[in-house]
Design a binder for this molecule. Structure first.
Ligand SMILES: Nc1ncnc2c1ncn2[C@@H]1O[C@H](COP(=O)(O)OP(=O)(O)OP(=O)(O)O)[C@@H](O)[C@H]1O
Length: 335
């Protein structure tokens, strides 16, 4: 568990203090993928870099696995940082070193393993990230996705318990993003690592995170399990991120509302109900008519979901809503 207790961070700029993180309490459970989303300047990087003390808090306490990391001396901090790997948007590889040499570097710095043991370990790490055939290439000879795989192998070299991912897929195209997210998801599952990742795309959160915190101007404005936050966003900032991800044009949708009669509903199906013919059954049994205004069926990590905006019309409207709710469909009345 990573825990923040009233952690506050301000940067001195000239004679002023710029607050990047308002006093913040946060719990990140072990073994989860925890996403931090927010617009530029919201304070995401600051929060992430406080976890391995690349930034020092101005006040407050941070505990990792029950240990107060804000109280560590230099030797304690060095030992702690080996438990925390980090990957970066622009990969931060050394261009003059080969793939294998980049991955070996943290192990050489730690000075605990023999040359032969380091070579073995680097081979295993390259196999894990699918780069076993690229060990002797230089970063300039690799694609963006391959460079990030080197970054991931290097971050895993000290067997960390936590992996911090700072916009790890922001420089990659959509297909490569998918492959890197898949790799991070496998690492989380197979090695049991806690991942904390920063993104400004709700789609990244939807695909791999268990929990999400939404940041705005140094404040966590909404937080919770991804299905809850993604399907029922409460804060205006969260709603904007979700609309972007769903490519929903709210203004267009409201113009569409004016064209239809009856009650307008947002129906949310989760898990098994996504694949059941519930809507058809309820419409048949109650005789209501419906018009489909918007909809999407997709997955939140492994959880299938469907969200439909529909207009229902007819005498048995209330009965239809009751039947849907009884079948575990979340019904939100929009008009
Ligand atoms: N070293 C610094 N000195 C002064 N101000 C800083 C420093 N680092 C960050 N800030 C300020 O703190 C605030 C939060 O910055 P931070 O980088 O944490 O946001 P972010 O959400 O990660 O943004 P981005 O997505 O653009 O990286 C911003 O107003 C930023 O200008």
């Amino acid at each position: 568990m990573i825990e923040f207790f009233e952690v506050h961070k301000a940067y001195p700029v000239g004679t002023e203090q710029i607050t990047a993180l308002q006093p913040c309490n946060l719990q990140i459970p072990s073994g989860q993928i925890f996403g931090l989303i927010g617009h530029s300047g919201a304070g995401k990087s600051t929060l992430l870099r406080l976890i391995n003390r690349l930034e020092e808090p101005s006040s407050g306490r941070i505990e990792v696995a029950g240990q107060d990391i804000t109280a560590l001396d230099a030797a304690g901090l060095r030992a702690f940082r080996r438990q925390v790997g980090m990957i970066f948007q622009h990969f931060n590889l050394l261009s003059s070193r080969t793939v294998a040499q980049n991955v070996a570097m943290p192990l050489q710095l730690a000075g605990e393993l023999s040359r032969a043991a380091i070579k073995d370990k680097v081979q295993q790490l390259l196999l894990r990230v699918g780069l076993q055939d690229h060990a002797d290439k230089y970063p300039a000879q690799l694609s963006g996705g391959q460079k990030q795989r080197v970054g991931i192998a290097r971050a895993l070299s000290t067997d960390p318990r936590i992996l911090l991912c700072d916009e790890a897929t922001s420089a990659l195209d959509p297909q490569t993003t998918g492959q890197v997210l898949q790799l991070l998801s496998e690492i989380n599952r197979e090695l049991g690592l806690t991942l904390v990742l920063i993104t400004h795309e709700m789609d990244v959160i939807r695909r791999i995170c268990d929990q999400v915190a939404v940041m705005d101007a140094g404040v966590i404005v909404e937080q919770g399990p991804v299905p809850q936050v993604f399907l029922h966003p409460q804060h205006a900032t969260t709603r904007r991120f979700v609309q972007e991800a769903e490519q929903l044009d709210e203004n267009q949708l409201h113009q569409d509302f004016a064209q239809v009669q009856g009650r307008i509903l947002r129906l949310t199906f989760q898990g098994e109900t996504t694949y059941q013919p519930l809507l058809g059954r309820v419409v048949r049994e109650t005789g209501v008519d419906f018009t489909l205004l918007a909809g999407r069926i997709d997955r939140i990590r492994d959880l299938p979901y469907g969200q439909l905006t529909v207009a229902f019309d007819g005498a048995e409207l209330d009965l239809a809503l009751q039947r849907l709710q009884a079948a575990d469909v979340h019904v939100e009345v929009l008009r």
